[in-house]
Design a protein around this ligand. Structure first.
Ligand code: PRX
Length: 665
């Protein structure tokens, strides 16, 4: 077995003794934290050796790689594990199906608590292979892109795995996106085939998602086939020749097909995410590097051990679902819970019921769900949660009181969460592929609300936003960047490498720029501040205010739009729109409803503004730039701190906007 060196001699990378003993805790008296520090230092000083050893340890390669890392952040030409060949599906499924066929791979917890099913690794291999044949039969070849627009059912995970088995690139589109958003993503990636279901179910409600696909496909000339999983009994509109029922076709095919040999740098998947300007970006992840990041963070951040049952509440439409519902747990050969429903249905005890029912050891969720559950009352935190060992939160800042509630109320009971170090907040992004700043469960200390320490290979830097100079030392604040490349960083933006360079690698030469503000405290803990650009975070969903503005302006009544974020008790942030209407027409309730609908139609229901204010003008500089800062201050009730408004082309507009906000939307 390959080893990691801990500085005083080699320690096995897999130091598994007892599930509650962290991987990083050696038998040589060195604390897990000391081990982390030494390994982190090695990963920075000698990334080739560090990642080479870990990549061989965590993954099965059909051909070993010749070189660990090539390229530089400056040039934006990074590649990892070159010459290596592997298949993602083989690593997630086959090797476990061969060794432990009866081990549970997927635990499907349906929207209705009494429904669901369990698939072993053996079952999973069979179902993935059959679907792989179907995709091939539908004309999908190695390197093709496939769109997946599905609810959280096992077939969605099977879909991802079947794509990567045959070398196709999956592009999952969150099933809450509108038909317009779906159309744009399908066309940008030139997907030939779309996988969907007739309907989806969530929180007791049914959504006609095939209907949304049908609408999108009217303008998607490249799509030749649609595979429809029958989730409910409802009939749907059907286009003969194009549409196929999933359950009918899969059973025609054999239970095994060999996985395609893929190069480490071959694309694994695309995932569209909001940027601060323009249309969403197709973030591209490559096979070897992404898988190493997913497996390494699963093992060391979550301290996953054999026999664990991992429950990540994220949807596969977002990066959290990709990395921590699918890839990390399956690469490590444990069971992963696929939860179709909502935490409030049929009641606010649903998560805790699932945790008890499936002996869940790890629970990972967005703070927005925790805020909602905390508000519902501690009496709903029921059951024993006897096997729970690690708690994680992701995607947005978590307030210290919510973190404490998570650790103290959820983490106690019979749970084995003996110390706060096992309740971790994790910082990362679609583009980073896996955690970049996060405590390692049971190994590194935590502070409520802090993202804490860099993961292996991550060398954070706090930069002065104006000068780009690095700010050293303690108690400093600035923008967050990384000085070194890591295996799971996105390789490009699909079809727009220049945009990739402009967004991440050119703002500060030689660094990866996260777009987030951050600080480092006296103990070296990192704290994430918030976005430096126009991206907002609503219930953990990343949305660009520019996209919402663009959607509003498409409406024929709207002349100008400015969207800003306000804080919200449950969703973290919410968007508020300020609009001027054409011909100075007066707003009516119908126009307001239509505008909300416009955003729902163009992006998706989750992006709809919380409030709309119609005003006669927006605060603009003489050169016509909208000063969103003024709008934010007014919404926060800080009109006495507006700063210098003399640069506005019409300073009197401020008074009128204050009056409009006070009068209510
Ligand atoms: O602003 C940061 C915030 O979410 C952004 C990334 O969003 P997305 O690509 O959708 O990925 C979300 C799931 C990883 C970041 O730029 N963010 C993520 N994690 C945290 C966070 N903000 C504060 N604390 C976090 N732990």
């Amino acid at each position: 077995m390959s080893t990691l060196t801990n500085g005083s001699g080699p320690v096995p990378a897999d130091a598994f003794v007892h599930p509650s003993k962290p991987h990083l805790e050696g038998d040589d008296g060195i604390s897990a934290f000391e081990n982390y520090k030494r390994l982190h230092e090695q990963s920075i000083k000698n990334p080739q050796e560090f990642w080479g050893s870990l990549a061989r340890d965590l993954l099965t390669w059909s051909r070993d790689f010749d070189i660990v890392r090539r390229g530089s952040l400056e040039r934006g030409d990074l590649s990892w594990f070159l010459g290596g060949e592997l298949n993602a599906c083989y690593n997630c499924v086959d090797r476990h199906a061969f060794a432990t066929p009866d081990k549970v791979a997927l635990i499907y917890e349906a929207d209705e608590p009494e429904h669901g099913r369990v698939l072993t690794y053996d079952d999973l291999l069979r179902e993935v292979c059959q679907l792989s044949y179907v995709l091939k039969d539908m004309g999908v070849k190695k390197g093709d892109t496939v769109a997946i627009y599905m609810p959280m059912v096992p077939e969605a995970i099977i879909a991802l795995l079947a794509c990567v088995r045959i070398g196709a690139v999956h592009s999952v589109i969150f099933a809450g996106f509108s038909s317009d958003s779906l159309r744009d993503r399908i066309n940008d990636a030139k997907c030939k085939v779309v996988l969907t279901s007739n309907e989806s179910k969530r929180g007791g409600k049914t959504h006609a998602i095939k209907h949304i696909v049908d609408k999108a496909l009217v303008e998607c000339p490249v799509v030749t086939g649609v595979l429809v999983f029958k989730r409910t009994e409802s009939e749907v509109q059907w286009i003969a020749g194009r549409d196929h029922w999933w359950q009918d076709v899969v059973k025609k095919w054999p239970a095994y097909i060999a996985p395609e040999r893929m190069n480490a740098e071959d694309p694994l998947f695309l995932l569209y995410t909001s940027g601060s300007t323009g249309k969403p970006k197709g973030v591209l992840h490559s096979t070897g590097g992404y898988l190493v990041g997913a497996a390494a963070t699963g093992k060391y951040v979550f301290d996953i051990h054999d026999g664990d049952s991992f429950f990540c509440g994220g949807d596969i439409g977002w990066i959290t679902g990709h990395t921590y519902v699918v890839y990390a747990p399956l690469l490590l050969g444990v069971s992963t819970v696929i939860f179709e429903g909502s935490p409030m249905y049929p009641n606010p005890s649903r998560y805790w019921d699932i945790i008890d029912k499936h002996d869940v050891t790890h629970f990972y969720v967005a703070p927005t769900a925790l805020r909602l559950l905390k508000k519902s009352g501690d009496q709903h935190v029921t059951g024993e949660r006897a096997h729970l060992r690690v708690l994680g939160s992701v995607g947005e800042p978590i307030a210290p009181e919510v973190w404490k509630w998570y650790f103290e109320v959820v983490g106690k009971g019979q749970a084995q969460i003996v110390d706060a170090h096992r309740a971790a907040q994790t910082y990362w992004q679609t583009e980073t592929g896996s955690h970049v700043i996060a405590p390692l469960a049971g190994a590194t200390p935590t502070k409520p609300g802090a993202a804490s320490f860099p993961f292996f290979g991550i060398e954070p830097a706090i930069l002065d936003a104006a000068t780009g100079e690095e700010i050293d030392g303690a108690n400093v604040e600035g923008v967050l960047a990384f000085k070194q490349a890591w295996p799971s960083m996105a390789r490009t933006v699909w079809g727009a490498h220049d945009r990739y360079m402009d967004t991440y690698l050119r703002p500060f030469k030689g660094y990866y720029y996260t777009g987030d503000g951050a600080s480092r405290d006296k103990d070296g803990f990192y704290w994430i501040g918030g976005r430096m650009d126009d991206i907002i975070n609503v219930s953990g969903h990343r949305i660009s205010t520019a996209e919402i503005e663009a959607a509003l302006i498409e409406d024929f009544t709207v002349a100008e739009a400015a969207v800003v974020a306000v804080q919200d008790e449950i969703t973290g942030q919410a968007s508020v729109a300020f609009l001027t209407l054409k011909d100075h027409r007066a707003v009516t309730p119908e126009i307001r409803d239509e505008l909300i609908l416009q955003v729902r139609r163009t992006i998706g229901p989750f992006a709809a503004p919380r409030r709309i204010y119609v005003v006669d003008d927006l605060p603009k500089t003489r050169s016509g730039k909208i000063m969103r800062r003024v709008l934010r201050k007014i919404l926060a009730g800080e009109q006495d701190q507006l700063g210098d408004t003399s640069t506005l082309s019409d300073p009197t507009v401020v008074e009128r906007i204050i009056a409009a906000v006070q009068a209510g939307p």
